[in-house]
Design a protein around this ligand. Structure first.
Ligand code: SAH
Ligand code: SF4
Length: 356
């Protein structure tokens, strides 16, 4: 199989393709003009275009399904070259608005949720991605291409600001090398130029990898999928807690370099009658004491065959209120794209069952 050209950083490209300013031109074609063929790159010499065609592929993903949600979110199912599939979601965080005279008040605000693996080894009890097991890591280029496909399909201009979250399928820190490479490719000022402080890696808490990531000083944001405040319950929900318990995660987070204006996000998936009680809220507060943290409460999104239930709105609100009243930033994740089964893995399941 030919190499995916998006696997390469600009520095790597300039080593491979001479003279080196060609790498910059290529980056421009790929990440600003969203080129889908080397033949379109008219300012490259013909023999170079031929060489690129011989050695590289530019289109590693194929769109299989697109699903729109009422709130403007849009979910994609992409097929990789080996036939496996991954999901990516475009989230519309704020609509475009106009002044009375028709001029633009502010642009839409986009966040894109990308996948880092096909399946996942972590095996969380509530997660649909986990159900189909682990297939393989995505390459850096396959990660990068998810965003390029979405920007092209939605006519999102290269200069428009986009936030990125590694919260799709897979455990990003279990694919650390490729994920870090993709972070750098995304951040390249001559490519998509997504500053690292606009990128967030979400992890189930692989403490040693959090430490390793921290030492790289990338300036990236960190989100921890905590979901439970005592080891016993967390172990039931997330078997990985046997290897990396809550204390080890808290320690790793305390050492993680955090941008002055940012906080570490703690995601707390709220499941009815499992972790939605006030005692948990109280314990969460003390657990995060001394950390520049914010909490994001997520409604459990049910799917066929799960024993878990969506929490009541009033319990969510009380949980949030308990924390905010005591000075801890806490938001409730809107059910973005709920009607398109937002939690990752769900579109893929439907495809497999032939429901779509
Ligand atoms: N593996 C990483 C990143 C991907 S999961 C991690 O676990 O952090 C992204 C988020 O989706 C996690 O916080 C996860 O707990 C959440 N999630 C998984 N299944 C869900 C469901 N059924 N409903 C709502 N959120 C879910
Ligand atoms: Fe993997 Fe995250 Fe799903 Fe857990 S919640 S199985 S870590 S993708």
């Amino acid at each position: 199989m030919k190499q995916i050209i998006q696997d390469l950083t600009k520095e790597e490209l300039s080593e491979l393709i001479k003279p080196s300013f060609r790498a910059k031109q290529l980056y421009n074609w790929i990440y600003h003009k969203y080129a889908s063929s080397f033949d379109d790159m008219k300012n490259l010499p013909k023999d170079m275009r031929q060489e690129l065609n011989d050695k590289y592929t530019l289109n590693p993903l194929k769109t299989l399904l697109v699903q729109d949600s009422k709130d403007g979110s849009r979910k994609y199912l992409f097929e990789l070259e080996d036939g496996l599939t991954v999901e990516t979601v475009l989230l519309l965080m704020r609509d475009k608005e106009f002044h009375d005279d028709g001029t633009i008040k502010h642009q839409e605000r986009y966040t894109v949720c990308i996948s880092s693996q096909v399946g996942c080894k972590v095996g969380c009890a509530f997660c649909l991605t986990a159900k189909s097991g682990f297939m393989r890591n995505l390459t850096a280029g396959e990660i990068v291409e998810q965003l390029r496909m979405i920007k092209r399909d939605n006519n999102i201009d290269a200069n428009r600001r986009v936030n990125l979250v590694y919260m799709g399928m897979g455990e990003p820190l279990d694919n650390l090398a490729n994920v870090v490479k993709s972070v750098k490719i995304f951040a390249d000022p001559e490519g998509m130029a997504i500053a690292t402080h606009r990128q967030t890696i979400s992890t189930s808490g692989l403490s040693t990898k959090i430490e390793k990531l921290g030492k790289m000083e990338l300036g990236i944001n960190l989100a921890i999928s905590l979901h439970a405040v005592d080891d016993q319950l967390r172990q039931q929900l997330m078997p990985i807690n046997k290897a990396y318990n809550i204390a080890s995660i808290i320690k790793a987070v305390k050492e993680f370099p955090i941008n002055d204006r940012k906080r570490v996000m703690f995601e707390y998936l709220v499941i009815k009658d499992v972790n939605d009680d006030m005692a948990s809220a109280k314990k969460l507060l003390s657990l995060l004491d001394g950390i520049k943290a914010k909490v994001n409460l997520i409604y459990f999104n049910p799917y066929g065959g799960t024993e878990f239930k969506r929490p009541a709105e009033k319990d969510m609100k009380s949980f949030q209120e308990y924390l905010t009243k005591r000075g801890l930033h806490c938001t409730i994740r809107e059910s973005k794209g709920l009607d398109i089964s937002a939690a990752c893995g769900q579109l893929r399941e439907q495809e497999k069952k032939g429901e779509k």
